[in-house]
Design a protein. Structure first.
Length: 588
């Protein structure tokens, strides 16, 4: 084999790897996070979990991607360990689809229709169509499909290049002597394991084995041990992804390893025991791409059928390996942060979806902190005061972790819809955090009144009750519009915010009148001013959130220009809503 043949083979491998990656990325983006959502939700039934795992893996062309995602699901609490077993088994079956596609390249016939079934025949057509779409279309959906087409074409080009480069090896006696040595089960398995561990993909490893089989010097007694070793090597990416994860995620990675080790051991013992009793004819048959695809698939399917009834045993075995510490109760809001798993960054659409779910929890915490703080003005309790402080600290943690996660996610290539969602979250989390800060300020006002035994006049209490009701309602409308991405509801916020601005001025003016008449004290006036100022600022942050929801779809964030446009005198709809709110929140 000349230097240039070797260079061609390496170049073909590079194209093969790039095509595989490109096709997988296109499939992932085209799914828009739906495949991951299916994985996370449709796995309650073990049989269904196997089918879903196989289907999703066949779509993304990588069992490693699926199992790494499963580790992320388990780590974040989205999926239970018992559910993960079925998906992992299914992923092992789904990954065989690539070998079958590559095996089709060996189709030979004089019939035009049969020749067109050969991937090497129709892949140039896919390349032309894909390139034209990428050049002239700007729609995400079409460009993702074009990426899949080009990825497949490049993959097949790489496979064809590799196959052509290795064919001269058949003429070299050294090569003819090296490959048969792989028939040693231990050596063959080690070679397969190392190849798959380095390439981080069993599909790619099998593809290379299929191209080598075209030399005609590989027999199945050398192929079988290599394929068995590849199945163990495929566990390396999953094990690496579990480093630093929670214990359940490590158990999920170990289940994948144990499944493949046990399956490999069973098949290895069965095949070589039978061969020792009565030599199997297949062992001396020259391997072909189609035969390799068949052997690869049979191993996966048979292993799954044998070990499926013992899936609970695999969970127990993983639990014995990674033992549990003392169980501590975790609050639901704390578990929500587990959704910000670094593994999900490889599938940006799903990472955006998880980020939004976490942001919704954060919004709920901010709303709760404000509602609890306002309740302290009527009935103070130290327990409730501590809850406000605890919520404020949690919201700070959410802002820090969610913001950091979104910064990591933002450079990724996102669909337009996902980009809008990410922008919305980035703009809103700061407002959520400030709302919880204002809740803390109100709690401190309530604590001061409690400790100094201060009390507002009956008139001030009634005015404050109306103000609190308006703030409670604007919070509820804002957070609901954010949770449901309801733009119509978001349009209700700004009119109410204007009414709250008016309430703030009216309450302060009425206090000044009472102060002049000697019906109120300056000390209470300072407390009241602090409370109403925090109320008004909370409504401002609600306005920011609502305006962001409305503006983000237009890729514009000039909040002041938008608000000014709403408040122009000829905006009949806005004025009508303001009048309706004023009637609802009239001071006594």
């Amino acid at each position: 084999m000349s230097f240039f043949d070797l260079l061609t083979m390496i170049g073909g491998l590079a194209l093969f790897l790039y095509g595989m990656s490109m096709m997988g990325d296109g499939l992932t983006k085209a799914s828009g996070g739906r495949l991951e959502t299916i994985l996370g939700k449709l796995t309650d039934n073990r049989v269904k979990a196997v089918l879903v795992g196989a289907g999703v893996t066949a779509m993304v062309q990588s069992s490693s991607a699926t199992t790494v995602m499963v580790v992320g699901f388990v780590n974040s609490g989205i999926m239970r360990l018992e559910q993960a077993v079925g998906v992992i088994m299914g992923a092992n079956i789904g990954t065989t689809i690539t070998a079958w596609i590559l095996a089709m390249a060996g189709i030979n016939s004089e019939s035009f229709l049969v020749q067109m079934l050969n991937p090497t025949s129709f892949s140039p057509i896919l390349a032309i169509v894909g390139a034209m779409i990428l050049l002239f279309s700007h729609k995400d959906r079409r460009r993702n499909i074009a990426t899949i087409m080009l990825g497949f074409s490049i993959l097949m080009m790489g496979m064809d290049t590799m196959s052509g480069a290795v064919k001269p090896l058949a003429e070299h006696p050294e090569f003819a002597h090296i490959l048969p040595s792989l028939s040693n089960p231990i050596l063959g398995m080690l070679v397969g394991l190392a190849m798959c561990a380095v390439l981080q993909s069993s599909s790619v490893s099998v593809g290379i084995l299929q191209s080598l089989s075209l030399t005609g010097v590989l027999s199945f007694d050398a192929v079988i041990p290599v394929i068995l070793g590849m199945n163990i090597g495929a566990c390396v990416p999953t094990l690496l992804s579990s480093i630093g994860a929670r214990k359940n995620a490590k158990r999920a990675a170990l289940i994948h390893l144990y499944f493949n080790i046990l399956g490999t051991a069973m098949i290895l013992i069965a095949v070589y025991a039978l061969n020792a009793v009565r030599p199997l004819e297949i062992m001396s048959v020259t391997a072909s791409p189609l035969g390799i695809a068949v052997i690869h698939t049979m191993f996966k399917v048979v292993t799954t059928l044998i070990l499926f009834p013992f899936s609970k045993g695999l969970v127990k075995l993983a639990g014995m390996t990674v033992r549990e510490d003392a169980v501590s109760e975790t609050a639901p809001e704390d578990r929500a942060l587990g959704r910000l798993d670094a593994r999900f960054l490889e599938t940006p659409s799903y990472a955006v979806e998880q980020s939004r779910a976490v942001a919704v929890v954060m919004a709920g915490l901010a709303e709760e902190s404000m509602n609890v703080a306002m309740s302290l003005l009527d009935s103070y309790s130290e327990e409730a005061a501590k809850r406000v402080q605890e919520l404020e600290e949690k919201v700070d943690v959410f802002e820090d972790q969610l913001g950091s996660y979104l910064v990591k996610l933002s450079p990724r290539v996102l669909l337009e819809k996902d980009s809008h969602t990410l922008s919305t979250i980035l703009h809103c989390i700061g407002d959520f955090e400030r709302i919880s800060d204002h809740a803390l300020n109100i709690m401190e006002c309530a604590r001061e009144m409690h400790e100094k035994e201060l009390e507002f006049s009956d008139k001030a209490k009634k005015e404050l009750a109306v103000f609190k009701r308006a703030v409670h309602d604007i919070l509820n409308i804002t957070m609901l519009s954010f949770r449901e991405d309801n733009l119509e509801m978001a349009r209700q916020v700004e009119p109410l915010e204007e009414v709250i601005d008016g309430l703030n001025l009216d309450v302060k003016q009425r206090h000044v009148k009472r102060l002049r008449k000697g019906k109120c004290t300056i000390e209470l006036g300072f407390v009241l001013t602090d409370i109403t100022t925090n109320f008004e600022r909370v409504s401002d942050h609600c306005s920011n959130i609502a305006v962001c929801l409305l503006q983000v779809n237009e890729d514009e964030f000039d909040t002041h220009a938008y608000v000014d446009g709403l408040k122009t005198g000829d905006n009949v709809d806005f004025r009508g809503k303001v009048m309706a709110y004023r009637e609802r929140y009239q001071l006594p």
